[in-house]
Design a protein around this ligand. Structure first.
Ligand SMILES: CC(C)(COP(=O)(O)OP(=O)(O)OC[C@H]1O[C@@H](n2cnc3c(N)ncnc32)[C@H](O)[C@@H]1OP(=O)(O)O)[C@@H](O)C(=O)NCCC(=O)NCCS
Length: 178
């Protein structure tokens, strides 16, 4: 993947992203609602090494891409994308931005860039994201770009010592084209 926008580039993670990646992936506020735990430097390095061997297009595999500020080429976040194993025209995504770069519109720009790439170039039929009901920033982001809330799972996931609830959001290619 290589998405170039005015303020951001989205590309594969690289080994020289390590310090910037670890800076936010070691922050418990960032991982609070995610399937990841905080990482130490070694775990972050192993994670990036593992990702550099992956590329878009393998159904069932999460691939993590780097979100880079165009101004200075600095990694400020990442985006995970997975093609469903039994239908690779259906994609799941998740976005993370370093807190120092939140509330600046970078997440929204990145999400719109990824949606355009998936729908227009890759001809994906449907993009979805499952989000913790308490993850208000993520809910706001998804709704700001037009994702539809289509599901509410109640205490469906055992997470951080208790059962949590999730919303499912989705957008279809034909909704994007409207
Ligand atoms: C979810 C997440 C990516 C959202 O990031 P964010 O920084 O809040 O989102 P944005 O960059 O779109 O910022 C939104 C705000 O920035 C404001 N903003 C400031 N400058 C802006 C600019 N130049 N352009 C656009 N918006 C701008 C917007 O007005 C918006 O506020 P509003 O919605 O109240 O109007 C972030 O909270 C995060 O990384 N969370 C932790 C990881 C996580 O849980 N991810 C989801 C599950 S995978």
């Amino acid at each position: 993947m290589n998405i170039i926008m005015s303020r951001l580039h989205i590309r594969n993670l690289r080994l020289d992203d390590l310090d910037n990646f670890h800076a936010y992936r070691s922050n418990p506020n960032v991982t609070k609602y995610q399937g990841f735990n905080v990482m130490d430097k070694t775990e972050a390095l192993d994670f990036i090494k593992n990702q550099t061997e992956k590329s878009f297009g393998t159904p069932g595999e999460w691939v993590q891409y780097g979100i880079v500020e165009a101004l200075n080429n600095k990694l400020i976040g990442d985006c995970a994308i997975k093609l469903e194993i039994d239908d690779p025209k259906i994609v799941q995504i998740g976005i993370t931005i370093n807190p120092a770069y939140q509330n600046k519109g970078f997440a929204k720009d990145a999400l719109l860039g990824i949606m355009a790439w998936l729908f227009d170039e890759k001809k994906i039929h449907r993009i979805c994201e499952t989000v913790d009901v308490e993850n208000l920033n993520s809910i706001k982001l998804l709704e700001s770009v037009g994702f539809r809330r289509e599901g509410h799972f109640v205490e469906n996931i055992f997470f951080n010592g208790k059962y949590g609830s999730e919303f499912q959001y989705a957008m279809l290619k034909k909704e994007w084209e409207k």
